[in-house]
Design a protein around this ligand. Structure first.
Ligand code: BGC
Length: 256
């Protein structure tokens, strides 16, 4: 039987989940989406996650479950939470989610999940050396993988550049909030990626988040040494990366 795991992506506006075929990296059924509760407290979000899993019924019995969240995740405890309710800070999140849904779940940062998905199934598949994945959305998510091995919780969206938190200048949401033209946004994004390149010398940058649908409007104009390419998995990267992560942990018997 082909290895399958269940991935859930918790975001600021939606909570999405689906089973994933881990050979192809494709969803085996349509994903289901619920709105993220407001306020997005751990208890309220955990209830929504339980509801989402219930929608799939016994079809997903026994599958490992991985969940992404836009927070630092240290051994199942969520730390920094820039875009979710502050109650997530220092929350025993993996325990809370596991007890609410009645099954063990594995938790990881959303940028990390997207990076895993792109390296194993997407734009960085087969790429040796250092890959930096960034997601330009409400904030900036990041993942660093070296020869396929993730360095978790890098939080490169919060680099301070020219006195600003980088995601407050270059996230996709800022383009909308400040009504920036593409030309003005490209300047911001150039400054961000040239700083990352100076610090890390990656072999490849991958750019995800909703705005990567319009990648032709900004990526070709960036002046960098490393190639910079749009993500392939688009809005499924979180689900796929979460499922892969859960499967790996289940197989290896390692703890979160
Ligand atoms: C959070 C990260 C998250 C990113 C994308 C940032 O504000 O600090 O943990 O990966 O947003 O959601």
């Amino acid at each position: 039987m082909r290895a399958t795991a269940f991935g859930i992506d918790i975001g600021g506006s939606g909570i999405k989940g689906a089973p994933v075929d881990l050979e192809s990296g494709e969803l085996t059924t349509e994903r289901i989406r619920f709105a993220t509760p407001s306020p997005s407290t751990p208890k309220a979000v955990a209830k929504t996650v339980a509801q989402l899993l219930a929608e799939f019924g016994s079809d997903i019995d026994g599958l490992p479950i991985g969940i992404t969240i836009p927070c630092i995740v240290l051994h199942g405890v969520t730390k920094l939470s820039a875009n979710l309710d502050p109650k997530w800070i220092d929350c025993q999140a993996a325990d809370l989610l596991s007890s609410t849904v009645g099954r063990t779940v594995h938790l990881l940062n959303d940028g990390d999940a997207a990076g895993i998905a792109e390296v194993y199934y997407g734009a960085a598949k087969g790429q040796d050396g250092l890959v930096i994945m960034t997601t330009l959305g409400t904030g900036i998510g990041s993942a660093i993988l070296y020869n396929g091995v993730l360095v978790p919780n890098t939080e490169l969206g919060h680099l301070e550049i020219d006195g600003f938190d980088a995601e407050k200048r270059a996230a996709a949401s800022i383009k909308t909030i400040e009504d920036l033209s593409w030309k003005a946004y490209i300047k911001r994004v150039q400054r961000y990626y040239e700083t990352l390149e100076m610090l890390f010398s990656p072999d490849l940058f991958v750019v995800g988040g909703g705005i990567s649908r319009d990648s032709d409007k900004f990526l070709p104009f960036l002046k960098l040494r490393a190639p910079i390419v749009p993500a392939h998995l688009r809005n499924q990267a979180g689900i796929v990366g979460a499922a892969w992560h859960a499967h790996q942990l289940d197989q290896s018997g390692r703890a979160d």
